[in-house]
Design a protein around this ligand. Sequence first.
Ligand SMILES: NC(=O)c1ccc[n+]([C@@H]2O[C@H](COP(=O)([O-])OP(=O)(O)OC[C@H]3O[C@@H](n4cnc5c(N)ncnc54)[C@H](O)[C@@H]3O)[C@@H](O)[C@H]2O)c1
Length: 439
Amino acid sequence: MGKISIQKPEGKLGVLVVGMSGAVSTTFIAGTMAVRKGLGLPIGSLTQMGTIRLGKRSENRFPKIKDAVPLAELKDITFGGWDIREENAYQSCKTARVLEDKDLEGIKDELEKLHPMPGVFDQNFVKRLEGKHVKKGDTKWDLMTQVQDDIKKFQKENNCTRMVVIWAGSTEAYLPMGEIHKDLAKMENAMKENHKEIAPSMVYAYAAISLGIPYINGAPNLTVDMPAMWELSKKTGSPIMGKDFKTGQTLMKTVLAPMFKTRMLGLNGWFSTNILGNRDGEVLDDPDSFKTKEKSKLSVIDSILQPNLYPELYGNVYHKVRINYYPPRRDNKEGWDNIDIFGWLGYPMQIKVDFLCRDSILAAPIALDLVLFADFAKRCGFMGIQSWLSFYFKSPMHDFNTIPEHDLFIQNAKMKNTLRKVLGEETIDYLDEEIDIYQ
Ligand SMILES: NC(=O)c1ccc[n+]([C@@H]2O[C@H](COP(=O)([O-])OP(=O)(O)OC[C@H]3O[C@@H](n4cnc5c(N)ncnc54)[C@H](O)[C@@H]3O)[C@@H](O)[C@H]2O)c1
């Protein structure tokens, strides 16, 4: 990689959120507004609170990421988006019941002014929802051009120099990669012919990417995880990334599984179950939507443990994931893991994890970081899959020749080394200190 020239983050950054009335979206939008008004701290956000070591350890250079990397400032973000429900963002925050009134009071006016644009919806992809605030069009291509028009109009009216589109909408029904997803011309044709394998999320993604705008997929949907979209993103110079924000249980898995492997401890089984009472839980109660989520959650362990290399340790792992819709808990998910491991001479041991988490509180800072990094990637001239941002995803996107990286700490090192490289700093291989000491 030669020296990269990074365009400065001048002017306003338009952030369009698909599913902007949902729990994750409202927590992200309202939270960002609260933080920039000094009403709270952006806890969980690496871009806002994290540091990056530059140079040798002895140089003692640990600037904050937001000071070292030219990211857009929170004050320059203008929010907008689409939803299939019509209420304004303040009402949506109240419906989501994630943030309390005391946290919404200071940003109520700003939230009330935010109204979602009508969405592109097809109930075949989300059976548990009904679309009340939706676009009409003869074909999916026609709907796609309407989304393009929305983006252009938003950018112009809000005087934004750059745009990012992020999907934090519902999980769509499971859709395996078909022929029309493997080739751009075939996909475009399929949109014009209203093919049933074109999901609404693909309509938004195509609209954004065709305009050269970065697209982030926070759900496990197929959307941009296919050669047709990779081709489009390279053609238009758009960074794309996904899929499925890595928050609760999978975050724990990608910390614990690497620990077993580094210590060469064996694994017999991993049973994960959740209770969750928000709308996401209701949508995932439908077996088709759950299948999409299950695929995303299951891929993690095999990929980290590499059973082909360690058949005695990981050749026979029983991995089960359950999500149970349980309304009383709302967004406050509880996730249990029972992990059966074994050690020296095969003696069994157990680990139990009970994570009482808040789903959207964990997801909001990820959405913020991704939006800022997606815009940064675009200004660096990056395009196609952004694997350096795998850190944030349950099921990191990769092309057919690359193995995904799931280990949270390798992902973190990869992300920070990418930033160092772009900034023209030395990448860190963790050998420098010892070599310096013993020279
Ligand atoms: N909360 C987490 O920790 C977390 C973690 C990883 C992934 N996710 C994923 O993020 C997504 C959002 O989660 P949530 O808890 O906010 O769910 P939610 O149900 O509260 O919000 C989803 C929103 O999307 C809207 N929507 C659905 N289809 C749409 C369409 N075609 N166009 C426009 N809007 C549409 C819904 O009306 C709703 O407002 C889900 O796919 C979820 O699986 C969430």
